[in-house]
Design a protein around this ligand. Sequence first.
Ligand SMILES: *Cc1c(COP(=O)(O)O)cnc(C)c1O
Length: 349
Amino acid sequence: MNNLEITRLVRPMVRDIAPYRSARDEFEDFEAQKIFLDANENPYNTDANRYPDPLQRQLKRVLAKVKGVSDNQILLGNGSDEVLDLIFRTFCEPGHDEVILLPPTYGMYGVLAQLNNVKAVDVPLDENFQLDVAAIMSSVNEKTKLIFVCSPNNPSGNAIPLSQIQSLLEQFSGLVVVDEAYIDFSEGGTAIHFLDEYPRLIICQTFSKAYGLAGIRLGIGFAHSAIIQFFNKIKPPYNINVLTQKKALAALNVTDIVERQVRALIGERQKMEEELLSIRFVKKIYPSDANFLLVLVDDAQKRYNQFLEQGIVVRSRSSLLGCEHTLRITVGTPQENITFINACKTIDQ
Ligand SMILES: *Cc1c(COP(=O)(O)O)cnc(C)c1O
């Protein structure tokens, strides 16, 4: 696999387009002590009066160290949503190319496929929410550009074994996108160390879950540097704002806090699972490698409304394939979880 083979998978328009060049692309060393009269900014300091670095170099340097990759293997997006959208727009020709989705899974892949006029072929996960690699491979055709694997999967919570992801990468000649939004809560471990071996792998992570920064909208794509170059070519120039970059840098300096919170949340998840076992309307709790539990109940709509009456908002996932009568419950603080379990007991009378 070389850069040429990646280029072969890219849309012709993306290969050929001349990117917009911003002031900060013309003169890159914006940390230099210069007088900047090139970008029509207001010169008076507000902490955000200057345009951000289009390539977020300082943040990527730190993130690369934390994640054990090179700076040029990283894309940052306005949430994973933007990273996922850029993947579609880089590789999928509207009205022609196809992608494979593995329901029940994260709804955004299907929405983005539709938005980009790309046909999404569904290959359901099995009854344990695991991949059926043979079924996936038999749905691949010459138009199939991407396969989306969510691990740990939302809404089911289970991780997909790395061996299965590897098996897809070995057999499929397009790109495999592994969405690891919940990877910090999983024992299974990240696919990041496959990147050097498999240049057609793209991994998505996010600051929205374990890092506790859903509000700053920061998603991460990890991929071969040749892929990242194409993303950089077509992304909005200033997609990550100054405040977001600062906040993310600060968070990466205190990763021990995040690690402590993750351990606590996993403990709380296990406690919640044990408590739910004694609730009669709970029929099944699916194994989780994430910070939520998918729970099969007797009547999802009824229980949803009862929780709401108790002041607790959960998510019904009943409309998703294979998730009839399920609720998805996020692990909260210890106090919130106690309140939730007490509400379960009250409702269960
Ligand atoms: C929450 C979540 C994300 C995060 O999306 P952001 O846009 O980064 O907030 C991505 N993928 C999955 C599967 C998720 O559940």
